[in-house]
Design a protein around this ligand. Structure first.
Ligand code: SF4
Length: 253
């Protein structure tokens, strides 16, 4: 196992364990979308994004073909990312509301954004085998975050099903039967590793275009979950001071 996240991220970006996804991500990178014809697509697994001592993790599904697979950064360059990073910025966890490309200056404050599948899948649908094959990376990432992470927001049912076994393997006890996904679900996991801390897991509808377009997930709903999780993780005060919300450093907005 890698002893730091940077080394893990590097190894993830070189993974070729899933033949179908390797072929797809590289085909998309070669053919490109007309609007991005002048881009040099990433075309590889997309590692997690955010500081190695994050107190909050956000777990999605997989990179988008012309989003993360193009830019090389999670939720960067697609509509889902627009929604997610705007919300993170609004609750004080990101330096800016937009995420367009690596090197755009975006910084996350205490948050690590990752996914259970690191390669863009056709139609955003990894197979169960691909999900299970990629789990080893999520387990290692969560284990490396274990000293600091105190809350996890899981976006969507796929991520929920993938994250719970990964969390169990990374050092927390997942109740049996497994908790069911719902928007607003909240589960406390006790640690199995001596000295480790409990983890609060939050369910949230995925920030997919469809969910946002249909109003199944509104920006307010997303902000509410992120605020609760950030508070649980110690990134925001439990009670906001009078005068408005405070950001992650406690400054008044
Ligand atoms: S999905 Fe995960 S396990 Fe499969 S090739 Fe990509 S990084 Fe490797």
């Amino acid at each position: 196992m890698d002893d730091d996240l940077a080394a893990l991220d590097l190894r993830i970006s070189e993974c070729r364990a899933c033949p179908r996804l390797v072929a797809w991500r590289e085909e998309v990178a070669r053919v490109k979308r007309a609007a991005f014809a002048d881009w040099d697509y990433w075309g590889r697994p997309v590692p997690g994004f955010g500081p190695p001592d994050a107190r909050l993790a956000v777990v999605g599904l997989a990179p988008a073909a012309h989003g993360g697979n193009r830019t090389g950064r999670m939720f960067t360059g697609d509509r889902s990312g627009d929604v997610l990073y705007a919300a993170l910025h609004e609750v004080g966890l990101a330096s800016q509301p937009v995420s367009t490309h690596r090197g755009d200056g975006l910084e996350l404050y205490g948050v690590r954004v990752t996914a259970p599948v690191h390669c863009a899948p056709p139609e955003n649908r990894p197979t169960p085998l691909e999900r299970d094959t990629c789990r080893t990376w999520l387990v290692q990432e969560l284990a490396l975050l274990r000293p600091t992470v105190r809350a996890v927001v899981v976006l969507g049912a796929f991520g929920w099903q993938a994250a719970l076994p990964a969390l169990a393997a990374a050092g927390w006890t997942v109740p049996r039967p497994r908790p069911v996904f719902s928007h607003g679900a909240r589960v406390r996991l006790e640690p199995t590793v001596p000295g480790a801390a409990p983890l609060e897991v939050f369910g949230c509808f995925h920030v997919s275009q469809r969910n946002v377009f249909t109003g199944k997930l509104t920006p307010a709903m997303l902000r509410e979950v992120l605020t609760a999780a950030a508070t649980e993780a110690g990134l925001r005060p439990a009670t906001e001071p009078r005068g408005g919300p405070a950001d992650a450093q406690g400054r008044q907005a």
